[in-house]
Design a protein around this ligand. Sequence first.
Ligand code: NAP
Length: 517
Amino acid sequence: MNLPEFHNEPYSDFSAPANREAMEEALSNVRAQFGREYQLRIGSDWIATNDKLNSLNPSNTREVVGIHHRATTELANRAVECAYTYFPAWSRTPAEERVRLLVDAARILRRRKMEFNAWMVYEAGKSWPEAEADVSEAIDFCDYYAREMLRLAGPQKIHQMAGEQDELVYIPLGVGIVIPPWNFPLAILVGMTVASLVTGNTAIIKPSSETPTIAAKFAEVLLEAGFPEGCFTLLTGSGSAVGDVLVQHPKTRFIAFTGSRDVGLRINELAAKTQPGQLWIKRVIAEMGGKDAIVVDADCDLDKAVEGVLVSAFGYQGQKCSACSRAIVDAKVYEPFLDKLAQKAKTIRVGPADDPRNYMGPVISAGARKSILEYIEAGKKEGRLLSGGQAQEGDGYFIAPTIVADVDSKARIFQEEIFGPVLAVTKARDFQHALDLANDSQYGLTGAVFSNDPEHLRQAAEQFHVGNLYLNRKCTGAMVGAHPFGGFNMSGTDSKAGGPDYLMLFLQAKSIARKVS
Ligand code: NAP
């Protein structure tokens, strides 16, 4: 089987009238499906439970996007047993057949792109371009991992012993638990799921309780592409209720998690404890939080730095693990940087995500809004409020883009992940001091440096301890294939999603030596 070379999915340009109209139409079609009920499915059984979860539109909380049935612990156990039973058949399905199904899933996603964009706008509060980027990344994951699996299913280069025929083959692990966050409700869910499936594992997907409808729609895509019912289960339910059961089950072989530090550490701890009857050491792939910094050097294009910081801090309301939540600025340009930043921040429009004139939509939930506003109050005491600083009127969870200047590196808003539209700005004595401040964090996910000085860029490449470093560009927007993604320290296991090492995490290598003479 030969596939053409991988290319990133191009973004739809919404300034083109045809794309605009297609998106408007998708929004209205999706809106017409609001309030539909989605049952659970284990194998070929569709299951209703009495415990229902209403997924709301964060731009207008009176609107119910979808109604989902929450799994019980009994169903979680049943899902693992079902995945375990089906594993032998799926793991022996030829890799080329699994790849063919995945390429088909990418094709269906591409065909339904505007529809998925619209679900994203309504269930996750993404602006049109942010939704488009999320769906495009999901397509990229399918296309990229399909090609990677072909590579790994082929002959591997190993030394041949005299008189032997030696080979190394990659085989799947077993039952995987896929636990994604809500902030890339399609891309991250798709990435971890298809990596599990294309490598021959069976998977139980426990989607975020904030974005279950997008997950249900992707489950439809997998079935339409021809993935057998037994190879995956979408198990909607509360992470705290069913998460522990899935993670601790003795037949669970690995957990692919993306989410907060605390939940990731809990999963890691629980998975490390061997259960009665368990035959393996569970593997944990955990991608967690960030407290990402952009360093602004004295010698740089200040307008580009301001633009890079704003886009990274306030794109999708700062709810990206890669979002810039700390700007660390050389004292020589600190005041002019703040002036330009405050001016530009004032032009950011906040409001319902389905209105393309709004750059920022709502934050995801009432809980998130409460927590972010508490951080903003703390920030007002920890520095000088430059812009924003409060919730914004409307029927959704809106918060004004907030900038706090003169923040000390020991302040909470400098150290803790807020996951909202809050930017702390800190003054550095010089470039080395700026790098030291940037590294003064338990996290190490993304970072960026704006500088015209080649020696400073070299210094940053060597010292800035982050999994994804960007020079003279924003610190968000990793592209599959070009920027394998994953962080250091408390940002996780550095799995490098969208890179050549990723699928290896879902496989184990078997060496076969055949005596021939
Ligand atoms: P979260 O609260 O940790 O939840 C993530 C997932 O874990 C959800 O599906 C959640 O289910 C589930 N969960 C909760 N408790 C669990 C438990 N005890 N056992 C098993 N699963 C459990 O994170 P989030 O709020 O969805 O996402 C935001 C976080 O993700 C941020 O910290 C962000 O930095 C991080 N993130 C990291 C990356 C990366 O690549 N490093 C990418 C994106 C996001 P429920 O929704 O039902 O609680």
